[in-house]
Design a protein around this ligand. Structure first.
Ligand code: HAM
Length: 488
């Protein structure tokens, strides 16, 4: 006979009690007939034993208590259901493993920071995209759009208590009110690796090497992606040549970074508004089309710091073994004001996607926050564009759920014994899915297949009286009995 259990509960947020009716049955469940009008209906039950004991339908006595919700997350944000979460963990594990191989330490910062941390005067796009608001204590706060300012804040806070150089990595969620395009969202995760306290290009060279290692691990090759590399010192040297004041540097970089997004006449107008001469603007724009170091040397008229840094980087790339991945491209400037030296961006060679990752040297960021004059460089690598690329290349891994054992009691009153078996296995480091209700064996086998279980462990009355369980190896069908203490 089926038992119908009626549970009355009170949700803390509701004034009136809401009744949920559970149908618990040893075989198939059914919808119970309801004496009252049903306002909400929960997921339908299946007749194959799939959902017995689930909530059939909450009874709401007052229609006003129903608040229909949009089941989609806010625009530009994502849920991570188990399948998505498996992919995310796979990706993050590679990020972590590469960082570990390079000897970096993991850090994290709050998603919520003071708004001032992200306000720079150079007119960056990132500022207009800020999710910012006043909290209940009237403080201006913002959801972080990137991790670098938080890193600078923490380094300054740690002061002399940490010894340089620091090699830190972080994986954190960032928020930008972006126009949505393929691989660009309003929320994304970024893997960052940063080096604090090394003024030499050896640092940038190592960072690019880490990204290349990551690409290789996930099956991406130098024919799929490359890095465009330049140095902000190129622009700096040009500006110096034309007597443009140093304090305009960040602003000019931000304007130039928009070259592919807005018409060239507008770029020129914006540059003119900073007070730069027409002649200088023409020269600046010309230098951006340079694609080789030799040509750059010609344009800049001799070997300055920019050329020296870039040459050293290319020479180190050879030693690290990733020369085929990088190319000089003066048009790479990057859209953040704080970069001062080498800048780089990872791109897909087919040109279908936006930048896969990007970074560079930001030697002046710590002092602009009032910290010591400590050189720094790093990169950010998002989780969205790379997944698009993997999809395109058919390189997405097949990731199913994986639980080593499924443990099932053959009779209802052996459920406690099955729990003991599960606990014993888990204490030995084995993963266990414990069947929590009485289920037909057909259902258990189906579930075992779905979670890719290696073994099915059945707890039956006779064996259990003897302190044993039945073990079935699912790949071979081999079956044997084993004492609980000997179960490994
Ligand atoms: P970024 O170029 O603004 O640099 O972002 C780095 C990477 O984050 C991008 O290349 C992309 O993979 C990802 N990303 C950025 N915005 C979005 C978005 N709206 N949707 C999806 N992915 C996105 C920075 O943030 C610097 N703080 C990186 C850095 C670290 N530089 C030095 N250290």
């Amino acid at each position: 006979m089926r038992a119908i259990q009626i549970v009355t509960t009170r949700l803390s947020s509701c004034l009136r009690p809401i009744r949920f009716e559970f149908v618990s049955s040893s075989s198939s469940p059914r919808l119970i007939s309801n004496p009252r009008r049903l306002i909400c209906t929960a997921a339908a039950t299946k007749s194959d034993g799939g959902r017995s004991g689930s909530i059939v339908a909450p009874l709401v006595e007052n229609e006003e208590e129903v608040q229909k919700i949009d089941v989609n997350p806010p625009k530009g944000t994502r849920d991570f259901a188990p399948d998505d979460m498996r992919l995310r963990n796979w990706l993050f594990n590679h990020f972590k493993e590469v960082s570990r191989l390079f000897g970096y330490e993991e850090v994290d910062y709050p998603v919520l920071e003071t708004e001032a941390l992200f306000i720079r005067k150079a007119g960056e796009e990132i500022r207009d995209q800020l999710y910012c608001f006043e909290d209940r204590g009237n403080r201006r706060v913002a959801l972080r759009p990137e991790l670098t300012p938080s890193l600078a804040r923490l380094v300054i806070q740690k002061g002399k208590s940490v010894s340089l150089p620091l090699k830190w990595f972080a994986i954190g969620q960032c928020w930008r009110y972006e126009r949505m395009t393929r691989g660009r969202r309003r929320e994304h995760y970024q893997w960052n690796m940063d080096i604090i306290g090394v003024p030499h290009v050896t640092a940038e060279a190592e960072l690019i090497s880490a990204i290349v290692s990551f690409f290789k691990r996930i099956g991406i090759t130098a024919s799929d992606v490359g890095f465009k590399v330049s140095s902000r010192k190129v622009l700096q040297e040009m500006l110096r040549k034309y007597g443009v004041p140093e304090n305009l540097f960040g602003r000019v970089c931000i304007i130039i970074d928009k070259i592919e997004k807005i018409p060239i006449d507008e770029i020129k107008k914006e540059l003119e508004s900073t007070g730069i001469s027409e002649d200088a603007i023409e020269q600046l724009l010309q230098v951006l089309s340079v694609k080789s170091l030799d040509d750059l040397e010609d344009v800049l008229g001799g070997a300055g710091e920019a050329i020296a840094d870039l040459k050293q980087l290319f020479s180190l790339a050879e030693k690290f073994g990733y020369s085929e991945w990088i190319q000089f491209d003066a048009s790479v400037v990057r859209g953040l004001a704080y970069y001062t030296g080498i800048v780089f961006e990872g791109f897909d060679r087919k040109g279908n996607l936006r930048a896969i990752c990007g970074g560079g040297r930001y030697d002046r960021l710590l002092p602009t926050y009032g910290g010591d004059d400590i050189p720094a460089c790093g990169f950010g690598f998002g989780d969205a564009v790379i997944v698009e690329l993997l999809k395109e290349k058919n390189l997405l891994p097949e990731l199913g759920q994986e639980v080593e054992n499924i443990v099932c009691a053959l009779e209802k009153d052996l459920q406690g014994a099955a729990a003991t078996v599960a606990t014993a296995l888990r204490s030995k480091g084995q993963t266990v899915d414990l069947v929590l209700e009485s289920k037909p064996l057909k259902w258990v086998f189906k579930r075992a297949a779905r979670i890719n279980a290696r073994r099915l462990i059945l707890v039956g009355k006779t064996e259990w009286e003897d302190g044993s369980v039945s073990v079935k190896v699912l790949s071979s069908g081999e079956q044997f009995q084993v004492k609980l203490n000997d179960l490994e």
